[in-house]
Structure formats: structure tokens, C-alpha cells
Design a protein around this ligand. Structure first.
Ligand code: ADP
Ligand code: MG
Length: 489
């Protein structure tokens, strides 16, 4: 399916092309036609699946740009207000649709002026209620959107929202978007939506195909080494490492910092201000690695995260989906990497089943392998470097005492020193060991539940493992290692 199938106005379609969107995401495929037909819609889809465009494009397509406020979008936080506003501005620019962003903590005057010129108002509940109740503004939007509705209720905005709706026209199209659909949301929907159509993108569909999922089997005490080796090897632009506990976050932040990485931690009990500063640093690239707990990372909305690491496998499948959804955000590719100990293999299998996804097991690269990829990177980096005046002078000076080949060797050694890979050669279990462990884990589970089913499950799982392993990892033979044997006893 293509965006052109929606038959949107030329100016809107052009804006979609400008944004570089090639194909509508699942929630967009389902929601856009319903909104265009004029239905009230309640839509559930995970974060990062393109909900803003799912409501923004079809409502803007119906707007006249007649100088009045035609659309109102209510969002939980100031940060989101700015984000959504930016996105809608891009979509509406060519159609002459202006947006106004409205949130607390700033003077009223400018905001009110902007609202008077806008076709779409993006607002947080508190300030919007203020403006309406004090009669500073009066608006008649035909389109009203509650975005991130679950978060809005979590933040305690229910009363504000209900109050705001008393100021809005009865004749309107109302849309509600949310990552989750708890009972409180359904109840609110009953009050403010009229015979709504429901869009629900299930977990399996929304663990998006742009995310490759790998897991590595390590002994408990190897986790730190494995993590550092994998970061060295994958060389992520931006990554998030998930931990189960705050204590672990602190420990990993100092460990990774000592290894020379640019790292920051995110805690549930951090001050909002501090949290914002940390997140901004991460967005702008001052920090490459974020270490976080599930709770702290809730609602974290950062594009361009290339890798998600699960230092420990999460307790439940829902968290797994949430965590890996931080990468591979609409359109881009991402990689999710999970470290498990041998006795967590069953949890892997359970998550695969719950989520309807496949995780591929791999062996942690040896020090030599990582060293080789680093050398390749270094070569292309050298080839791509601009020669500077200062460098020329430096070489001239060196040439007083040394010949040019020696100088090159010295410089190359110096560069490589910064790129040397630490740690022991082999980390984690080899494929043969993993295969046997999986087989055993599945067999045990089978025995718990009765023989027949167990046998079947066992055959299927070990067969699948074989195929994946052989095709992906030819020529690697690490089954001579004895660590796994010890573990098996
Ligand atoms: P959500 O509200 O569901 O969390 P957003 O609307 O913020 O998601 O979208 C996440 C990112 O994906 C944004 O950067 C947006 O520009 C981009 N995006 C949305 N739809 C598409 C699409 N169809 N193709 C490519 N990128 C998209
Ligand atoms: Mg959103």
C-alpha cells in the first residue's frame, strides 16, 4: 500500500514526499481512511509507529485554511507539544496551515497571538484549560485529537480534559490515540467519542520488521565483558542499555565510563529537570549510551537509536516489546541485542512465542574479529580524512630525524592504540553449546507438561536453531571450549 492510495490533496501528498515517507505504517493504513470518512476513531499503537501522521494527515486534508482554528490536538507534556507541532507544521506547510504550540510556563500574549493565526493548536491540558476558562481564547475546532491519551490520564489530567470538552463544539470529529488501552481510557472514550471506529495494532504487528533481534548466551559473570565487546563490535551511534534495577544502572554507568564510552544513566527517581538535561544530551549526541531501567525509559522518545541492549532479559514479554521499540523507529532500521545466561533460555523461547517474533542466537565475536573490523574502519577513516596544514608541518618536522615509512608506522601504531580491544579472547557460549542447552530446556519443559507435546516442541526448536546457526555462522568452530560442559553438569 502507498500513501497515494489515500487520494490526499496534492499539497499534503507533497509534504509526505518532502518528509521522505515511503509507505504508511500499520496504524496509518488503518486510521487514515476512517478519519477521512469522518468517523470518530480510537486508535492504539505502540510509540514510534507514526501516530502523529495517522491523525495529522487526514485532518489536515479536510481543512480549509480559512484563518480560524480548525483542529485542536491535546498532548500530555510540553516536550510532546513541541514535537507534535513540528511534525504537523511540516505536513501543513504547503497547504498554508499554521500551527500554534500552547503550554504552561510562558507568557500568554505571544501564544494568544499565534492561536489567532493558526489552523491547528497543539496544547497541553493545563494551559489550554486556563485560556478557555479565562475566555482569553474562543475556538471552534471541528477536529479534536487526544494524543498519548494513556499518559495524559496517568499524569492526572482527567478533570482538565473533561472540562476542556465543555468549551468545544458538539459537532466535531474526535480522535483518540494511545499506546495502551486501559479501562480508564475506554471509559473516557465513551464520554467524548461518538460511535467510534477502533484501530488496534497488535503487538506482533508492531514489533516492527525493521528491528533485527539477536541474543547471546553468556555466563552470569561474563555480562560486563560481553556488553563491552558487543558495543565495540557493533559500534552503535546511539544505544540504550536496559537494566532491571537502579543499582545496576549506576554500576554500569561507571563501568562503561571507565572503558572510555560517553555514558549517562536514567533513573526513575531523577528530578524532571535533570532528566530533561540528560535526555537532551542524548538526543544531541553529547552522550552515545543511555543506561536505563524500564520505568525511567517510559515515554522516552528519541529518534536515531541504532541499538537496544538488554543487559538482562526483561521479566515479561510486554517489557521486551516496549524496550526494543526504542529503536527502528518508523522507517529506520535498528538492532535489539539480549544477553542471557543458560538458565534464561526458556524465557527467550517464551518471549518469542508471546510476541510472535524470532530472535536469532549468535556467538560473541572474539577479540581478533573485533580488532579486524576496527582496522577496516580505521582504513576508511584514514582515507576519508582531510589533510591539514598543521599535519604537513608535523610530518616535515618528523622527517628531520626519521624516514617516511617509519613515520607512517609510528602514526598508525598510535592510532591503533586508541582502537585496541580489551578483554579476553572468547566470551560467552558457542553455538553448539547453546543448541544443546536450548534442546535441554525445551525437553524439560516438555516433561513438565507430558511427553507427546514435549517431544514435538523439542524437535521443532532444535531444528530451527540448526538452520539459523549454520546459515549465519559458517566457518566458526568454537565447540572445543570446555566452559559450557562444566556448566551442563
Ligand atoms: P508515535 O506518535 O506513534 O510515537 P511519531 O508520530 O512520533 O510516533 O513517529 C515517529 C517517527 O516516525 C517520526 O520521526 C516520524 O516522522 C516518523 N514516521 C512516521 N510515519 C512514517 C512513515 N510512514 N514512514 C517513515 N517515517 C515515518
Ligand atoms: Mg505520538
Amino acid at each position: 500500500m502507498k500513501f497515494t492510495d489515500f487520494n490526499l490533496k496534492d499539497t499534503i501528498q507533497q509534504a509526505i514526499n518532502d518528509a521522505g515517507f515511503k509507505e504508511p505504517s500499520p496504524v496509518q493504513k488503518d486510521a487514515i481512511p476512517l478519519v477521512l470518512e469522518g468517523h470518530d476513531v480510537i486508535a492504539q499503537a505502540q510509540t514510534g509507529t507514526g501516530k502523529t501522521a495517522a491523525f495529522g494527515l487526514p485532518i489536515m486534508n479536510q481543512m480549509k485554511a480559512d484563518g480560524t482554528v480548525e483542529g485542536l490536538v491535546i498532548v500530555p507534556t510540553r516536550e510532546l507539544a513541541m514535537q507534535v507541532s513540528d511534525e504537523l507544521f511540516k505536513f501543513g506547510r504547503r497547504s498554508g496551515l499554521k500551527t500554534a504550540t500552547v503550554y504552561g510556563g510562558t507568557p500568554y500574549g505571544r501564544q494568544i497571538e499565534r492561536i489567532k493565526q493558526a489552523s491547528i493548536v497543539v496544547a497541553t491540558p493545563g494551559r489550554l484549560q486556563d485560556l478557555l476558562m479565562s475566555r482569553r481564547i474562543k475556538i471552534n475546532p471541528q477536529f479534536v485529537v487526544l494524543d498519548e491519551a494513556d499518559e495524559m490520564l496517568d499524569m492526572g489530567f482527567l478533570d482538565e480534559i473533561k472540562n476542556i470538552f465543555t468549551f468545544l463544539p458538539k459537532e466535531r470529529q474526535t480522535l483518540m490515540f494511545s499506546a495502551t488501552m486501559p479501562k480508564s481510557i475506554r471509559k473516557l472514550a465513551e464520554e467524548i467519542l461518538k460511535t467510534p471506529k477502533t484501530v488496534s495494532i497488535t503487538k506482533a504487528e508492531s514489533t516492527n520488521e525493521n528491528i533485527t533481534q539477536h541474543y547471546y548466551v553468556v555466563q552470569e559473570r561474563e555480562r560486563d565483558d560481553a556488553l563491552v565487546r558487543l558495543i565495540d563490535y557493533k559500534n552503535p551511534d546511539k544505544c540504550i542499555i536496559f537494566c532491571r534495577m537502579k543499582k545496576e544502572v549506576d554500576r554500569l554507568v561507571s563501568h562503561l565510563t571507565s572503558q572510555g564510552f560517553k555514558v549517562s544513566g536514567l533513573h526513575g527517581d531523577m528530578e524532571q529537570k535533570q532528566r530533561e538535561i540528560t535526555i537532551r544530551a542524548f538526543k544531541q549526541g553529547g552522550v552515545d549510551i543511555f543506561v536505563a531501567t524500564d520505568v525511567a525509559a517510559r515515554g522516552l522518545d528519541v529518534n536515531d537509536v541504532t541499538h537496544v541492549f538488554n543487559y538482562h532479559i526483561p521479566f515479561d514479554s510486554e517489557s521486551y516489546v516496549h524496550r526494543i521499540g526504542r529503536t527502528g523507529r518508523a522507517g529506520k532500521t535498528g538492532e535489539a541485542i539480549t544477553l542471557v545466561s543458560p538458565n534464561e533460555l526458556r524465557t527467550i523461547k517464551k518471549i518469542e512465542k508471546d510476541v510472535g517474533t524470532k530472535m536469532v542466537t549468535q556467538v560473541i565475536p572474539t577479540r581478533q574479529e573485533v580488532q579486524n573490523t576496527k582496522s577496516d574502519e580505521l582504513i576508511s577513516q584514514i582515507a576519508g580524512t582531510q589533510i591539514t596544514e598543521r599535519a604537513i608541518n608535523l610530518v616535515k618536522t618528523l622527517q628531520h630525524d626519521l624516514d617516511i615509512v617509519t613515520i607512517s608506522h609510528l602514526l598508525a601504531s598510535m592510532l591503533q592504540e586508541n582502537h585496541s580491544i580489551k578483554g579476553k579472547d572468547n566470551i560467552g557460549l558457542g553455538l553448539d553449546e547453546i543448541e544443546k542447552l536450548i534442546e535441554r530446556a525445551m525437553q524439560n519443559r516438555g516433561n513438565d507438561r507430558g511427553r507427546g507435546g514435549g517431544g514435538q516442541r523439542r524437535r521443532r526448536s532444535s531444528g530451527g536453531g540448526n538452520d539459523r546457526n549454520r546459515s549465519g555462522r559458517d566457518g566458526r568452530n568454537r565447540n572445543s571450549r570446555s566452559r559450557g560442559d562444566r556448566n551442563r553438569d
